[in-house]
Design a protein around this ligand. Structure first.
Ligand code: SF4
Ligand code: SF4
Length: 81
């Protein structure tokens, strides 16, 4: 399941540089996660790096993108061929 950023985002930019998939970009007013690029960090890290660094605790599951761990790994592999 891709993650998404909710309206509590303060646009601090802590998350964007730690994403292994370059899935995060600045939006208006809140930052945005591209669900086609977010793997919950599967393939690169043990846990979602954006959640770890976010001071606003505003990164949540995106219910429109139900994916299994295998799906997420396949997405990661596709992004990094
Ligand atoms: Fe990027 Fe990982 Fe956050 Fe997804 S969970 S946006 S891959 S840092
Ligand atoms: Fe927004 Fe959290 Fe990213 Fe900062 S770390 S830009 S508050 S989602």
């Amino acid at each position: 399941m891709a993650l998404m950023i909710n309206e509590d985002c303060t646009a601090c930019d802590a998350c964007r540089p730690v994403c292994p998939n370059e899935a995060i970009s600045a939006g208006d007013p809140v930052f945005v996660i591209d669900p086609l690029r977010c793997t919950e960090c599967v393939g690169a890290e043990d846990e979602p790096q954006c959640c770890l660094v976010c001071p606003a605790d505003c990164v949540v599951a995106n219910p429109e993108w139900p994916e299994s761990p295998n799906d997420l790994q396949a997405k990661y592999d596709q992004l990094h061929i």
